[in-house]
Design a protein around this ligand. Sequence first.
Ligand code: HEM
Length: 384
Amino acid sequence: MPHPIRLFASTAMAVALGTLTLSGVAHAQTQPAAPMPSAPMPAAPMPAAPMPSAPMAAPMSSPTMSSPTMPSPTMASPTMSSEPLSAQLVDGLQGVFGTHAGRRRSGAKGFCAVGDFVANGNAERLTTADTLQRNKRSAVVARFSIGGGSPMAPDNGPSVRGLSLSLDGNHEFVLINTPVFTARTPESFLAFLKVRAPDPQTRQMNAPAIAAANAANPDWMPQIAYLRDNPPPASYATSAYFGVNSFVFTNRQGQKQHARWTFEPVAGRVGLTMEERTAKGPTFLEAELRERVARAPAEWRVLLQIPRAGDPLNDAVAAWPADRQTVEVGRLRITGVQAAGMAGACDAQMFNPVLLPAGIDPSDDPILAIRAEAYAVSLSRRSQ
Ligand code: HEM
């Protein structure tokens, strides 16, 4: 019996679902093409997972920010909108990044790749998932991306990088290169986005409002701090990627175990130096990976991190301590990158973080629960 949310995997079904069940979609507000702040990239906290490379950066005292009167803090609270929360979140992304026809509302800048995943069997004690049985080889369609809805997001900026994977079309992963997400709940993420929407007239973000909201929403800080303390990757192949949300793994005996994904680069974690950030400029990641893969596959060790009793199981802003047991369950290889300047086959598709084989189920993390629906809204709006 397929998990009901798997229906989102089909592009056609996703659009249909967006139309049928997401009643606000057809009337959702769209923004003018580029209401982006004209300001240069802020140097500091570049929050948000599927976040912006530009406006997100919400520095607390950047001179590029406008300084209107100090507003009251934006607290995460239920909204009064009649629109489904998933559609409000996509509105929130559009409010920050604008709309760009044909593009995802987050992960807008990206490209497709192919490869394979081979399981080593170590996960068999945790799960019956067919993709994780010993020596099982799955064909992989992948997409590398930069967080946020800007197709022009700079590759040398301090924002989030993404990796999405489809294993034989029946097990999908949507990962980011920070071990935590932007906010603990969808409501908090919506508040995060709303306060960063630039003024439609001036195209400036409201720095005092952002600073006040940051102070009022401590769940935003773990990712802001991680991005502040870790340089942007020098290559998509030298970044780790994290599942962030936990999943529930069920084995042949029916025993259940929460765990989280980490994809650890075999080439090691290598970030850009300050000099390289300037020298490489805003567009190098795609060509770098294509050239690298032409020489040899880019590889990741695929790990499951197992929590200890008492670790939070549904909190996307709380990473588990590094001393928790990890089980290496297989290896991902990227062997080809789409032709330069060409649209990739995966560009028009949607990756679904809860498209899972039997033996793996979503946890009750509220962030995970809303993702597939928000992605379907984005898919349904891509033509706008
Ligand atoms: C409430 C939480 C979240 C919301 C509202 C959200 C929203 C979105 C939306 C609207 C898209 C565009 C989807 C499409 O058009 O196919 C997207 C893409 C993406 N998101 Fe999220 N997201 C959330 C959480 C996360 C988390 C927790 C992660 C990773 C751990 C993540 C990683 C990504 C990545 C990598 C992409 C690009 C996907 C691709 O290449 O197709 N997001 N997100």
